[in-house]
Write a protein that binds this ligand. Structure first.
Ligand code: R1P
Ligand code: URA
Length: 292
């Protein structure tokens, strides 16, 4: 088997992978990922004990046990570009022999749950409630750089959305990737979550239809998102990582699910008065259902 070159899979002098600075023994198979590095401690403070901590750039990892079960929490930082780094490096830790630099014969599947924050795109989804993403709809273009066989993504939803929204030719193809049905069942059984398609944007302002001083290319983008419906699927919320997480996990053979605390309602123009309180509620729910 061909060796993966030193410039392609970069290892630090201690043998850890380049950005997230982890070695294979530092991670659990059940992983919670969050955008905000400040959320790591809010999660790991619930652990029985933390066995390992590392911090490099925006990437922080704590690994420990929760009620006796091994769990890792990893901060990705904001955006699909960071998800590309974190998911490829996590996958390398379990599916590549780092010493020999070859792909392992036996594949390991990770369970990856993103616990994020998000803006609702439906008026009835109130702030301080949670949305579970059945699909990620990517406006970010990340998955266009990978070879994707037909049938992996939900192209019928993409086509219907492009028609409905008057999608512009200069914007990336809005690919749609599904969550893991296994994790949807496992985590969804525990709590009362809204479920829907999550739109993933490559920015917080223009790409999510926010106008401060700059007008946007599709002025009524959020109205188009709110009114889209395809075979009972509606777009529920906006954030910045899920499509990349679902797309890469589908290609690499990992289970992925996003659950987000709704901190803003973009249609009603409301923002939570203290969103971290609800994030704390969600942290306990997710930890308990993940280890169950
Ligand atoms: C934007 O403020 C950030 O918050 C959301 C978005 O996806 C983006 O990363 O998620 P996190 O709270 O997990 O960072
Ligand atoms: N995160 C986002 O990306 N958008 C929002 O509106 C809120 C949180």
């Amino acid at each position: 088997m061909e060796k993966i070159g030193e410039s392609e899979l970069i290892l630090n002098p201690d043998g850890s992978v380049y950005h997230i600075k982890l070695r294979p023994e530092n991670i659990a198979n059940d992983i919670i990922v969050v955008g905000d590095p400040g959320r790591i401690e809010r999660i790991s403070r619930h652990f029985d004990k933390v066995e390992f901590k590392i911090h490099n750039r925006e990437f922080i990892t704590h690994t420990g046990t929760y009620k006796g079960k091994r769990v890792s929490v990893v901060a990705t930082g904001i955006g699909p570009d960071n998800i590309d780094i974190v998911i490829n490096e996590l996958d390398a830790l379990v599916n590549i022999d780092l010493e020999k630099r070859v792909i392992k014969e036996k594949h390991t599947t990770l369970n990856i749950v993103r616990l994020g924050t998000s803006g609702a795109l439906q008026p009835e989804i109130a702030v301080d409630t949670a949305v579970m993403s059945s699909h990620g709809m990517g406006f970010d273009g990340l998955l266009d750089y990978y070879k994707v066989e037909k049938g992996i993504f939900e192209d019928d939803i993409s086509e219907a959305f492009m028609k409905h929204s008057g999608w512009l030719p200069q914007l990336p193809y809005p690919y749609v990737a599904k969550c893991s049905p296994y994790l949807l069942n496992k985590i969804g059984g525990e709590g009362d979550f809204h479920v829907g398609i999550t739109a993933t944007a490559p920015g917080f302002y223009g790409p999510q239809g926010r106008v401060l001083r700059l007008p946007t290319a599709i002025p009524d983008l959020n109205e188009k998102l709110e009114t889209f419906s395809y075979k009972g699927n509606r777009i529920t919320n906006f954030e910045m990582e899920t499509s990349a997480l679902y797309g890469l996990s589908a290609l690499l053979g990992h289970n992925a699910l996003t659950v987000c605390a709704i901190i803003a309602n973009r249609i009603r123009k409301e923002f939570s008065s203290d969103y971290k309180k609800f994030v704390d509620v969600l942290v306990e729910k997710i930890l308990n259902s993940l280890i169950s």
